[in-house]
Design a binder for this molecule. Structure first.
Ligand code: NI
Length: 223
C-alpha cells in the first residue's frame, strides 16, 4: 500500500529547505549504499557532517513525525536519520531492494517502510520518476514539492534517470510496531472507520472498533 502525504511542508518551509540545499555540500551517493545497491546508485547526497544537515532535520523530520497520517499509517517505532539526495541530469538509481537492517551497529533498525519527500516540483525536471513494483503492480511516482510518499520497503524500486533539471528529495526508513504491511493497512482502516463515527447511535459501534483496534495492535505489535 502506498500512502501519500500532501503538503507535509508549507511553502515557506519548502523555500527554506531548498535554499539550505542549494548552499550545502554534497558527496557521492554510493558511500551510503548497501553493497548490492551500490552498482545501481548514481546520485549525490548532502554531507551529513555540516550544520545545514541538522537544520534541515529540524524542519522536515519534525513535520513528519508529528503528522497524523504518518502516525496512523506507519505506527512508527523507530525512524532513520534521513538522506538528502540530489539527482542531476544523467543520474538515477537502478532497480534494487533496500537492506532489511540498517543503521550503525549500536542503533540497528529494520526497514519496514520507505519514505520519499519531494523538494522539486514535477515541472522542474524531466524523468526521475520513483518507480515501485509492489505485488506485481508498477507505479511511477512524481509528487509536487512538499509532498511525501510511504511505501513498503519490501518492494523493488528504482529512480528513473533524470534527463533534464534537478530532482531533490529526502529519503528515510521506518521500523514499524507492525512489521507486516497488510496488518498495518487493516489497522489504518479500522482507525479511519472509528473517526467517521459520530452521534449517539455510534457510541457502542465505536467502542467495539476501539476494542478491535487495541487488541489487534496488541496481538501484532513489536517494540
Ligand atoms: Ni531504495
Amino acid at each position: 500500500m502506498f500512502i501519500k502525504i500532501p503538503d507535509l511542508l508549507s511553502g515557506k518551509q519548502l523555500d527554506a529547505v531548498r535554499s539550505v540545499l542549494q548552499q550545502g555540500s554534497f558527496v557521492d551517493g554510493k558511500l551510503s549504499a548497501g553493497k548490492h545497491a551500490r552498482d545501481q546508485k548514481q546520485n549525490e547526497e548532502l554531507d551529513s557532517n555540516q550544520d545545514s544537515y541538522s537544520a534541515l532535520n529540524d524542519v522536515i523530520m519534525t513535520q513528519l513525525v508529528q503528522h497524523p497520517l504518518y502516525l496512523q499509517a506507519a505506527l512508527p517505532a523507530k525512524i532513520a536519520a534521513p538522506i538528502y539526495a540530489r539527482y542531476r541530469a544523467g543520474m538515477g538509481y537502478g532497480e534494487h531492494i533496500d537492506d532489511a537492517l540498517m543503521g550503525p551497529a549500536h542503533a540497528r533498525y529494520r526497514s519496514d517502510i520507505s519514505i520519499t519527500i519531494f523538494f522539486s516540483n514535477p515541472e522542474e525536471y524531466r524523468g526521475g520518476e520513483l518507480r515501485i513494483s509492489d505485488n506485481g503492480e508498477v507505479s511511477e511516482i512524481k509528487l509536487p514539492a512538499g509532498h511525501a510518499i510511504l511505501y513498503p520497503s519490501s518492494s523493488l524500486h528504482s529512480v528513473k534517470a533524470v534527463d533534464e533539471g534537478e530532482r531533490l528529495v529526502a529519503v528515510t526508513w521506518v521500523q514499524s510496531h507492525i512489521r507486516r504491511a497488510d496488518q498495518r493497512e487493516l489497522l489504518m482502516q479500522l482507525d479511519q472507520s472509528r473517526q467517521l463515527l459520530s452521534g449517539e447511535a455510534a457510541v457502542s459501534a465505536r467502542q467495539k472498533i476501539d476494542q478491535c483496534y487495541a487488541n489487534l495492535f496488541r496481538m501484532w505489535a513489536e517494540l
